[in-house]
Design a protein around this ligand. Structure first.
Ligand code: PLP
Length: 477
């Protein structure tokens, strides 16, 4: 490994400028090395630093906190910390409170649901989205359909899985009258790591679209500056950014776009008043109208702690580091060959490091060229204490393009009658239930990616006959 590390540093001279993260890893993430883990599933979930836990637990141990939004001392103490966390979120993303509101949600999905269910879709309106989207964005089409709006998808183009911008502009131009139109895309694909241009925000807004940029997979390793970019809606989950706590996400919404949303119901905490004898309620203004019931208040101070932690690590340093390590890993994976010289890996998405983030999707190939069943990869990975993700990562559009699945394959026959994922995989005729995804994050070091390549070598020269037939059923998508 020492020789490989020297060669890597020569190739990526800026890596040394991120040495502070090696120290941070030793100090704050020692459990990774103590447990001999190779953790490369940061797009699944980030990891927390020891000090985040300590700071949060100390705060809870040393104080008495009541349910916020009352005037008693323990309640006001909690309210102050909740509002500090909210202000800190805006500050972290450089979002002016005059322009943006931060709404706490259970996760990015909760933020997307808020937009989907309240966006004022009407017949004639449009919901436009890229093929490359998480299912929690795809699901908004059900709200659009129920309200008579039309959903259209902009395709990505294999093998890079990027969108042809001329095609996108044509879709964006197809807008008529004074409709409500919502365009949604991810800043970084949770499947391929492709980074779609943030410049699209202005292009779409200039054509009268509201723009939702899903930043769940982007913000853990990239700076999002909301004084430079002005999307209408930004959903994200904090555990992806700094690991702890789970169960808290956020919708960053532009105030003018937020004012257009029409909540389909009201609940405790979202109204000034409601009456029973008369069918009447008055919605509160601002974030409170979107936070149903009691917020997850004891965890919210941990958001401030987590953001402070990422700030002290430096998001630009994290970005530089995962770019150096990711570029190396992407190249190394592509050089892997079976003994007969055939490629051992098929990459989905960009093969070079331009315009992409530190998430790499691929399949292992048998010497025959057929994919290695991802459940076998899981089994070998477990034996090496490697944590990566396999499947379609809740991003079916990218999967359909990456695996060249035609629309006709998805209609009728066995596909319609399939009930469990294994049956869908069989109906589509795929030799595997998806792909393998490695993703890098704040604590990733050279040893992680080097050892991952060593693990990948364990799958060289493995034939179909070497794969046992007792693989478990696939989990649902
Ligand atoms: C791009 C993207 N959007 C949305 C989500 C949904 O996040 P959550 O499951 O935290 O709601 C994910 C989760 O992986 C994601 O990667």
């Amino acid at each position: 490994m020492a020789a490989a590390f020297d060669a890597f540093r020569r190739r990526a001279p800026t890596f040394d400028s991120t040495a502070s993260l090696d120290e941070l890893r030793l100090r704050e993430y020692s459990r990774l090395d103590e447990g001999d883990h190779i953790y490369l599933d940061y797009t699944g979930g980030g990891l927390y630093a020891d000090s985040q836990l300590r700071a949060h637990m100390d705060l809870l141990r040393e104080n008495v906190f009541g349910n916020p939004h009352s005037v008693n001392p323990t309640s006001s103490a909690m309210t102050r910390l909740v509002e500090r966390a909210r202000a800190r979120v805006l500050e972290y993303f450089n979002a002016s409170p005059d322009e943006y509101t931060a709404i706490f949600t259970p996760n990015a999905t909760g933020a997307l649901r808020l937009v989907g269910e309240a966006y004022p879709f009407r017949p004639g309106d449009r919901f436009l989205l890229t093929f490359d989207n998480h299912n929690s964005v795809n699901g908004i089409r059900e709200f659009a359909r129920a309200r008579g709006a039309e959903t259209s998808y902009v395709p990505s183009v294999a093998p890079d899985l990027r969108v042809d911008e001329n095609v996108l502009l044509k879709y964006l131009d197809e807008i008529g009258g004074s409709h409500h139109n919502l365009f949604a895309y991810p800043a970084q694909s949770n499947f391929s790591g492709v980074q779609h241009p943030l410049e699209w925000i202005e292009e779409a807004q200039a054509r009268d679209w509201h723009v939702l940029v899903d930043c769940a997979a982007f913000v853990p390793t990239n700076r999002l500056d909301l004084s430079r970019w002005h999307p209408d809606f930004v959903p994200l989950s904090f555990y992806k950014l700094f690991g702890y706590p789970t169960g808290v996400g956020c919708l960053l919404a532009r105030n003018d776009a937020l004012a257009r949303l029409e909540r389909p119901w009201f609940s405790g905490g979202t109204i000034v008043a409601a009456t029973v004898q008369r069918d009447w309620h008055r919605q509160i203004e601002g974030f409170a109208a979107f936070e149903d019931g009691t917020v997850n208040y004891l965890t919210l101070p941990a958001i401030e702690i987590g953001l402070d932690h990422v700030d002290s690590a430096g998001i630009d340093t994290v970005h530089e580091r995962v770019s150096c390590l990711g570029a190396w890993l992407l190249d190394e994976l592509q050089t892997l060959r079976h003994s007969d010289g055939r490629p051992a890996i098929e990459i989905y998405g960009p093969r070079t490091w331009t315009g992409r983030g530190a998430t790499i999707a691929f399949n292992f190939l048998h010497p025959s060229g057929r994919w290695v069943d991802e459940r076998f990869v899981d089994r070998v990975a477990e034996a090496h204490n490697v944590s990566v993700r396999t499947g379609c990562f809740c991003n079916p559009g990218s999967g359909e393009l990456a695996f060249s699945i035609a629309k006709e394959t998805l209609i009728g026959g066995e596909f319609e009658t399939a009930l469990v994922l294994d049956d869908y995989v069989a109906a589509i005729g795929l030799p595997s239930g998806g792909a393998v995804r490695v993703s890098l994050g704040l604590p990733t070091n050279f040893a992680d990616v080097y050892r991952f390549v060593e693990f990948a070598r364990a799958l060289l020269d493995v034939t179909e006959a070497d794969v046992p037939d007792d693989l478990p059923p696939r989990l649902a998508c």
